[in-house]
Write a protein that binds this ligand. Structure first.
Ligand SMILES: [Ca+2]
Ligand SMILES: [Ca+2]
Length: 440
């Protein structure tokens, strides 16, 4: 037994020692073999992918301040589950500046392309002005991680297809201000068990034609969307959605997201739509959803659970819509509804008599028995202020995995769970603003 343990240690160490570092620097002028900064590969095409093994890291030089690459990378190696292959910005002095990958005048429409390769991590790059679908594009991949990149998209920022157990996290994504191209923050299609978390996504595109969503999911099979700050800053009144989740399957869990889509009139702030072929079921917990005149929330799922969410709308139309009969209306509870106009309706519950109803009528049907119909007192970025009625008014959702807020602050603070994405912590924690943007 002891011997077997030693052998195990030996192999673990051997594997670790084997994991290597490789280097790319467009300003290097050595042997171009990737072995050191001085002998770094001089462009992305010169990478010898056969030499890249699980656990290896490829560093790209950012110089002392920044280096701009007009280049693209077709990923040619895989990691394994316990040892990813990492592609990231340099960390050594003289090489730890910003790595900017420039799309205009580029031969390719995407900066990084993962296809049929697994367990990769792409992190800490600045990518701008790529015109294709996905400045980072992932297809048929298992266990890959797209992390801490800043992308200015002239098309969609991150696209991921037919992949499994991938994570898109802590990216700062924004778009061109006026282009007829679809500029989604994240466009995901036909993936299974992916996680989309802690991203800041701001859609600036004003063009009225393209369908620009902060996050769009198409036929996604089970996913988690949590701790994201999602905002549309433009004049579009349609084709501009926060989360658009269509024809999914499995469990789709959204929590601690702030979604702000103030101008929308004819599209949705958050839409969960099974249509004919979807069978997905939604769990929406502790989101703060602020929208224009209608369609803040659409749902096609009779088994849905919707708790601890703030729904705010600026107009008179009902903003929360349940199209199908909910099997158990006690699953829709502890939400706060607020309509800025004095007249109008709060909820559309389609199975019941045409379905448009005030908050009190909704409660008389059995919805939101512990809910609130009052101004949540939000800041511009969706935080609750002191004296907000959302403070200590939520259900304890620790059993379903909600134990922190959008900033990682543990729940509950004070006595009980707050409603919405933020737990109120007056004077205790200073956090960075979530609506960061990258500049051109
Ligand atoms: Ca879209
Ligand atoms: Ca609290």
């Amino acid at each position: 037994m002891y011997k077997r343990f030693l052998i195990l240690i030996f192999f673990t160490l051997a594997f670790r020692l084997n994991a290597g570092n490789f280097y790319i620097d467009k300003n290097a002028s050595g042997s171009d073999n990737g072995s050191s900064w001085s002998d770094a590969w001089e462009n992305f095409q010169n990478i010898n992918w056969d030499s890249i093994k699980p656990g290896d890291t490829i560093f790209v030089s950012g110089g002392t301040d920044s280096v701009i690459y007009t280049d693209f990378m077709e990923i040619g190696a895989s990691g394994v589950e316990s040892n990813l292959v990492t592609i990231t910005k340099g960390i050594d002095p003289g090489h730890n500046g910003r790595v900017i990958i420039e799309g205009l005048n580029n031969e390719k429409t995407t900066a990084f392309h993962i296809e049929d390769k697994n367990f990769l991590k792409i992190s800490n790059f600045e990518i701008r002005r790529f015109t294709g679908g996905g400045s980072i594009r992932v297809e048929n991949s298992i266990g890959s991680v797209i992390e801490k990149n800043k992308i200015l998209g002239y098309g969609s920022c991150v696209k991921i297809y037919n992949s499994f157990n991938c994570i898109i996290r802590e990216n700062v994504l924004t778009t061109h201000e006026n282009t007829p191209t679809q500029t989604d923050g994240i466009y995901a299609s036909q993936n299974t068990d992916n996680v989309y978390e802690n991203n800041n996504i701001i859609i600036l595109n004003q063009d009225s034609y393209p369908h620009c969503d902060c996050i769009q999911l198409q036929q996604e099979n089970s996913c988690i969307i949590r701790n994201n700050y999602l905002e549309q800053i433009n004049d579009k009144t349609e084709n501009s959605q926060g989360i658009f989740d269509k024809e999914g399957a499995g469990l789709h869990v959204y929590y601690n997201n702030v979604v702000i889509v103030p101008n929308t009139g004819n599209s949705n702030v958050v839409a969960f739509q099974n249509f004919d072929i979807g069978s997905g079921t939604l769990r929406a917990y502790n989101n703060t959803i602020v929208g224009g005149d209608k369609n803040v929330f659409i749902n096609d799922d009779p088994q849905t659970v919707v708790k601890n969410n703030i729904f705010v709308t600026t107009g008179p139309h009902a903003h929360v819509r349940f199209y199908l009969k909910i099997n158990d209306l006690s699953n829709i509870d502890y939400n706060l509804y607020y309509r800025e106009t004095e007249t109008g309706n709060d909820v559309i519950y389609a199975p019941e008599n045409g379905g448009t109803m005030s908050f009190s009528e909704w409660q008389s049907k059995g919805g939101d028995i512990h809910g609130i119909n009052a101004n949540p007192l939000l800041t511009e970025n969706g935080k609750i202020m002191q004296n907000s009625p959302a403070i200590d008014a939520g259900a304890n959702l620790s059993t379903v995995g909600v134990t922190t807020d959008i900033n990682g602050t543990s729940r509950p603070q004070q006595k009980l769970y707050d409603i919405g994405a933020y737990e109120f912590t007056e004077g205790k924690i200073i956090s960075a603003p979530r609506n960061l943007q990258i500049k051109k």
